[in-house]
Design a protein around this ligand. Sequence first.
Ligand code: NDP
Length: 287
Amino acid sequence: NGVRVSVLGLGAMGAALATALVEAGHTTTVWNRSAGKADALVALGATAADTVGEALTAGDVVIACLFDAASVHEVLDPVADRLAGRTLVNVTTTSPEQAVEIAAWAAGHGVVYLDGGIMAVPEMIGSPGSSIFYSGSEAAFEQYRPLLDLWGESVYFGEDAGLASLYDLALLAAMYIMFAGFAHGAAMVAGAGVTAGDFARRAGSWLTAMTGGFAGYAAVIDGGDYTVAGQQSLEFSNLGNMIDASVAQGISTEAIDMVQNLIQRQIDAGHGKEGFARIIESIKHPR
Ligand code: NDP
């Protein structure tokens, strides 16, 4: 198999990525800061490098799966000259700003850079359901796509190296707010003796059905006109009865207040007759 790959970092995730490469027949060189972690991979057919520099020289493409942005610099700064002319695929979790900074560092050293955000746990690598987000060099993404596809579905967002991380965090933000909504609903009915398990079954089918609404909201948001007919208005979306019922149950209203505040700010600005999708304007324009 033509492409020679080097993997830096053999934690749970780095080892899973390297294993998939070795099993697909790639010439794979691995390096880890502390000894011992390469043994299982060597038994599969990988070569262990004693130094980072050695590992870099052995690969056409270098995969970094370290701890954080600081550890990427700690490992690569001293060997930047040996990385020149190669492609670095950094799947270490970083912030969007850190990804942009590492991309600029790479460009400054003549390194082609692709940033990756892994949307999977190690056990999922190479299985259905695993997806990895990429941004940065499109040429690198296209060139090494067959290799990247060994890990899961590869999704490319654009040349801005921070996009994969930004997208990853945006999905996680949406997820956490949804889970907070689940917790709020479960707390509302708990006082009436409903178990969280019972509520979870109802909430699962209800929220799954409600995700069908995203496309309609997106069409209004992208169209930029919140007066389009057929939308639920902000005024109609008053959550007062849900807040009152929560107070009556003696529970916190923080989670639902958050949504009510986003609605109220648009009503106060005179947009009460416009569609609910307009709450995104409250979010885009901080108080
Ligand atoms: P582990 O804690 O299992 O491994 C961390 C790896 O980073 C080890 O190889 C460790 O080396 C190395 N490392 C840490 N600090 C340094 C340093 N200063 N210099 C050199 N090497 C260093 O983590 P994972 O493998 O699970 O995660 C790796 C990356 O993948 C992280 O950025 C994580 O956020 C991301 N990720 C992980 C997921 C998961 O479910 N595990 C999911 C999505 C992303 P040593 O063995 O010497 O300590």
